[in-house]
Every structure is written in structure tokens, then in C-alpha cells.
Design a binder for this molecule. Structure first.
Ligand SMILES: NC(=O)c1ccc[n+]([C@@H]2O[C@H](COP(=O)([O-])OP(=O)(O)OC[C@H]3O[C@@H](n4cnc5c(N)ncnc54)[C@H](OP(=O)(O)O)[C@@H]3O)[C@@H](O)[C@H]2O)c1
Length: 318
């Protein structure tokens, strides 16, 4: 008799990171329940084309704010990868409704459903946005898993996405601890790398704009970068390694945007890069804890080249 495959659920299966997590889980012979808001939407078609999707991927229509829809997707699963959360490309008119509520109540609903369905382990995808927004952190001191973004600072500076991720992660932590759930949190930095989906997500759109927009001047802000495939590996590692616990920062390279542009120019000289830079801040982060768990990351060149080639193939750079 064939062995029953392990069932796991991925929320936000059709998104940028979610698609890679689904792809890697299918390649490792998991049976995947993927949540999408609209299964018939053209933007989710790529999922059915993934290897083994026809046998081992089942899509569930679920909105994070609709508890019953979330629970239906999670019932029967031993593991859950909570990836879904709004990630806007631009400022949103109503952050409470568009960002904070789906992130925070959505995380609560997922954690509650995991508890009800007796899920063995939950992986929550948070973000460096929940870690680094702290004006009082001493410049030059490395940030690690003990660091949290300052919610008041996020509010006063209107960094609503950072606030949504900080509050969502706090929610996961509080619910998970109170209810004895086995959960692990992964906080990726700015994710780049090839697209599986046909739409452009916010973090890829940042790189596309650097190539196309010919900005007169840009602030030389610090960027931490990690490859989407390495983040997907990290969340699988956090799920599969029994000793994984707590939070893990997941980042590979720190650089100013000016250095990133210089790197891009050396690989692809002929795009319309920003013309000049103004001074920006800096921060330093470390993924040592994740590396001790067995995580490694690919060279930056590979991420940048595979990103650009995937945009070219999709006709996005024309
Ligand atoms: N990309 C980055 O640089 C980065 C860095 C750190 C952390 N992260 C985190 O990684 C996760 C995935 O981000 P991504 O870059 O892959 O973004 P993405 O492509 O925009 O994916 C976000 C996903 O969340 C889903 N979603 C949003 N609101 C929802 C709701 N109310 N109900 C159900 N699903 C909802 C979206 O579904 P629809 O397709 O239906 O809209 C989409 O599948 C997020 O938690 C994000 O905060 C991303």
C-alpha cells in the first residue's frame, strides 16, 4: 500500500514567495493545500503547471479574514506555512483596513485554525520590517533575533507595512505561546530572484524600477537582500528541523542602493539606472542563527541575473 503523503498548507500560495514554497514542497513529495483568494484568477494559473501539482496540489479559496475558509484549508494538515499578508508596492489610502487588519487578524485566524486542527508545527513568515525599525538602536551594532521594530515609531513615520508585520508577528507569538502551539518565525529581508507568477510583486517591482525608471536622484538607503529560493529553503528547514525554535532572521547581503546599482551596472550596463544618490542611513543584521540550523545562501550575482532573466522572459523590461 502506498504511504500517505504528509499534508501541509501554504497560505498565499499564488504569491511570489508562496509559489516557491509550494514548488519546493511538491518537489519533496508533500501533499499541499494552497490557499488563494480566487482560484479561477489568471494570476494563479502558474500553480497548476508546477511539477507534481496535478497529483499533489489542492487549491482552497480562502480569505485571511474569513476564519471558516482558513480552517477548511488547514484541517487535515500536519504543518502550516503562513505566508499570506498584504505587501503593497505603494502607499495605501487606508492602512488599517488594507494592511493592518488582514495581517494581524489574518495571523490570529491562521494560528487559531492551527490550534483547532491540531497542527504539529506552524511556520510564520514575518519580515525584517518587524525587526529593524528602531531609531534608538546604536548605529553600527548588529541586529539579531532579539530586535523588534518600534511600533510607535512605525506609526509616527507612517511605515504601515512595518507596523502590520510587527503587530502580526506579536500576535503569532502571543497566540502561539498562550495555546502551546509549536511555531517558528522566519523574518526575511528584501526578497529578489526569479518570478514563478505572472504578476509583479512589490519587492521585485523595486528592482524593476531601478532598471527602468531613470530616477534623477535617489536616497542611498540600506538594503538587505535575500533570494526567494533561499527563503523558501529557510522556511522548509524551519519546518523540518525538530530543533528549530523561535525567530530566525533570513538575510544574505547588506548594501546601500548605490552599491546595488553599481553591481547591476557591472552585469547589465544598458538599463536606465538612477543618476545620483543622496546620503541614507545604515543598519547591520545577522542570519547566524539560521546558518547554524543548516541554511546557506547563493551568490548575489546569481540572484540578480536570475531576476533580470526572469523579468526579460516575462516581457516586463520591454
Ligand atoms: N517580498 C519581500 O521582500 C518580503 C520580505 C520579507 C517578508 N515578506 C513576507 O513574505 C510574505 C509573502 O510576500 P510576497 O513578497 O510573496 O508578496 P505577494 O506576492 O504580494 O504575496 C502576498 C500573498 O498574500 C495574499 N494575501 C494578501 N491579503 C490576503 C487576504 N486578506 N487573504 C488571503 N490572502 C491574502 C495574496 O493573495 P492574492 O494573490 O489573493 O492577493 C498573496 O498570495 C508576506 O508575509 C510578506 O510580508 C516578503
Amino acid at each position: 500500500m502506498a504511504l500517505e503523503k504528509e499534508r501541509v498548507c501554504v497560505t498565499g500560495a499564488g504569491g511570489y514567495l508562496g509559489s516557491w514554497v509550494v514548488k519546493f514542497l511538491l518537489s519533496k513529495d508533500y501533499f499541499v493545500h494552497g490557499t488563494v483568494r480566487e482560484p479561477s484568477d489568471e494570476k494563479n494559473v502558474h500553480l497548476s503547471k508546477l511539477d507534481k501539482a496535478s497529483e499533489n496540489l489542492k487549491l482552497f479559496k480562502a480569505d485571511l479574514l474569513d476564519y471558516d475558509s482558513v480552517l477548511s484549508a488547514i484541517v487535515g494538515c500536519t504543518g502550516v506555512f503562513h505566508v499570506a499578508s498584504p505587501v503593497p508596492s505603494t502607499t495605501v489610502p487606508n492602512p488599517e483596513v488594507e494592511l493592518i487588519e488582514p495581517a494581524v487578524k489574518g495571523t490570529f485566524n491562521v494560528m487559531k485554525a492551527c490550534h483547532e486542527a491540531k497542527v504539529k508545527r506552524v511556520i510564520v513568515v514575518s519580515s525584517l520590517a518587524a525587526v529593524v525599525m528602531n531609531p534608538n538602536w546604536p548605529e553600527g551594532q548588529v541586529m539579531d533575533e532579539t530586535c523588534w521594530s518600534d511600533k510607535e515609531f512605525c506609526k509616527t513615520t507612517k511605515k504601515w507595512y512595518c507596523l502590520s508585520k510587527t503587530e502580526a508577528e506579536s500576535e503569532a507569538l502571543e497566540y502561539g505561546k498562550k495555546n502551546g502551539l509549536d511555531f517558528v518565525i522566519v523574518c526575511p529581508s528584501h526578497i529578489l530572484g526569479p518570478l514563478l507568477q505572472s504578476t509583479v510583486n512589490a519587492s521585485s517591482s523595486f528592482l524593476i524600477k531601478l532598471l527602468k525608471e531613470s530616477y534623477e536622484s535617489m536616497e542611498n538607503q540600506p538594503r538587505d537582500i535575500v533570494d526567494v529560493r533561499d527563503v523558501a529553503e529557510a522556511v522548509l528547514l524551519a519546518y523540518e528541523k525538530p530543533e528549530a525554535e523561535g525567530r530566525y532572521l533570513c538575510t544574505a547581503y547588506t548594501m546601500g542602493i548605490r552599491d546595488l546599482v553599481d553591481k547591476m551596472k557591472s552585469l547589465y550596463p544598458n538599463y536606465n539606472y538612477p543618476k545620483s544618490f543622496t546620503k541614507g542611513g545604515q543598519f547591520m543584521t545577522s542570519s547566524e542563527k539560521l546558518q547554524r540550523l543548516g541554511w546557506s545562501y547563493r551568490p548575489l550575482e546569481e540572484t540578480l541575473i536570475d531576476s533580470v532573466e526572469s523579468y526579460r522572459k516575462a516581457g516586463i523590461l520591454n
